[in-house]
Design a protein around this ligand. Structure first.
Ligand code: BES
Ligand code: MN
Ligand code: MN
Length: 459
């Protein structure tokens, strides 16, 4: 790909952004997160925003920017996040996570930028900032734009939720535009029509009051790690359904017609398996692979620890065992209710001789958006313009809990124009984002504004 001088400048600016290690989860990076917020504010200003500000919160700051032309024109609110996931395990990266480099891959022969946050979500946020710059330079912006770029998405957006509730007037808009999801492939764009909800738990099983010699005590006391494994095993049945009573009570079952529609999306199971190095898929009986990872709820252990995990062998019965467990939720599951159901059921699985504690972390609702709205149609036309092929609607498996919150608090739908690929390794070592995707995004976003305004005028 031969880059124009403008494209080279955009790429260099984006790489500067990626050098800031804005890891929201780790207090050690608090200052870097602040630096990234300032970087975004500055970038918004340079792109042409007439007003920009950094809003402090009890956690990481929110960056706000606006380009308001006329209150009689429609307003688009762009949301995204400048915080990133921790880069761990750092030793599995081929290049340092905060020293971005461009490398070609099989899927990205034109090159991709490798760095934590390249795709999720700094690269995709930056596309919107550059799209504003392009639109202003070409004099083609015909509506008001507001930007709200937060620094706590990867840790649950708690403070953003407060901010949204208290600033409805400021955030008043007609549609919310977000690039923080993916698309099917570089040749088959798609628009996300849904996100899953989330309920995140942490459990601790405590046995004896201290770590014990496993020879002296083994066989006569409940081993918390063994017990924790037993309890976790009971959370699924042989059909890999979640056994928590009431878990599926509110789950919306899709009609066969909807499922047939979903099945039309191109999908290659062999390629899916080989892309992640497995020889078989596994999941809930009665549903295909794509349904299992989008329209069905799940329960997964994210981490499990306890006892001796150092070099060599140590014979010990640990006093405590821990696990972090998340459930992905679908409409119309209530995440608070699911957290309670989990808590009650998990506690009930404990045998005598151990104590169980359950801690509730963050959660969020699932989200779905219809395809017959002006916002969706505008996105459809935009992708069609730049990819030369109609995008298909696609339910996503990930979560962005603030999106359903926007709908509840502001009464506004979000359009999820994602340009990432599943192979971009978001949250994993060697995260990257294709130059093709990045520049296509910058090209497609202005088309969205164009069609959105045109469709509203036709109404
Ligand atoms: N951008 C992702 C969510 C995503 C990615 C949705 C790809 C659809 C396709 C977001 O940054 C994220 O990672 N969300 C978290 C939830 C959050 C509460 C930590 C997730 O899905 O695990
Ligand atoms: Mn994200
Ligand atoms: Mn993420």
């Amino acid at each position: 790909m031969d880059l124009t001088s403008t494209q080279k400048r955009f790429l260099n600016e984006w790489m500067d952004f990626l050098k800031i290690p804005s890891v929201s989860a780790d207090p050690e990076f608090k200052n870097d997160v602040k630096t990234a917020a300032e970087w975004v504010k500055n970038a918004l200003q340079k792109a042409g925003c007439l007003k920009t500000e950094i809003i402090k919160t009890p956690g990481h700051p929110i960056v706000y920017g606006e380009y308001l032309i006329d209150s009689s024109l429609p307003t688009v609110l762009v949301y995204g996040h400048y915080d990133v996931q921790p880069p761990d395990p750092v030793e599995l990266w081929d290049s340092p996570p905060f020293e971005p480099i461009v490398k070609a891959t099989e899927i990205h022969p034109d090159g991709a930028v490798f760095a934590r946050g390249a795709c999720d979500d700094k690269g995709q946020v930056f596309m919107h900032i550059k799209a504003l710059e392009v639109m202003l330079n070409e004099g083609e912006l015909d509506c008001n734009i507001k930007f709200m770029i937060e620094g706590e998405e990867e840790v649950g957006s708690d403070n953003l939720e407060e901010f949204v509730k208290n600033n409805k007037e400021k955030l008043n808009c007609d549609i919310i535009l977000i690039s923080d999801t993916g698309m099917i492939s570089k040749t088959q764009p798609s628009i996300s029509t849904g996100l899953r909800g989330l309920s995140y738990m942490e459990v601790t099983v405590t046995g004896p009051n201290r770590d014990l010699h496993s020879g002296l005590y083994g066989g006569s006391v409940a081993n918390p790690i063994n017990i924790l494994c037993d309890m976790i095993a009971k959370l699924h049945d042989k059909d890999r359904k979640v056994t928590i009573p009431g878990f599926y009570d509110r789950v919306e079952e899709l009609s066969q017609e909807d499922r047939n529609e979903m099945a039309k999306a191109p999908f290659d199971l062999e390629e899916f398996k080989s892309s992640i190095g497995i020889n078989a898929v596994q999941g809930e009986a009665g549903y295909n692979n794509e349904e299992r990872r989008t329209i069905r709820p799940t329960l997964d252990v994210n981490g499990i620890w306890g006892g001796y995990i150092g070099e060599g062998a140590k014979t010990v019965i640990a006093s405590k065992a821990h696990a972090k467990i998340s459930m992905r939720l679908v409409p119309d599951q209530e995440w608070n209710e699911i957290s309670d159901l989990f808590s009650n059921y998990f506690t009930s699985l404990a045998p005598e001789g151990v104590k169980v504690e359950v801690l509730k972390h963050h959660g969020g609702y699932a989200y779905v958006t219809p395809t017959d709205t002006i916002g969706y149609q505008a996105a459809h036309k935009a992708y069609n313009d730049t990819f030369g092929i109609a995008p298909i609607p696609s339910r996503g498996g990930g979560s962005i809990p603030i999106v359903p919150m926007f709908e509840k608090e502001l009464g506004v739908k979000s359009i999820l124009m994602g340009f990432g690929l599943d192979s971009d390794a978001i949250h994993s070592p060697n995260e990257h984002y294709g130059l093709f995707n990045f520049f296509k995004g910058i090209e497609t976003i202005p088309r969205f504004y164009h069609h959105y305004i045109a469709l509203l005028r036709q109404q």
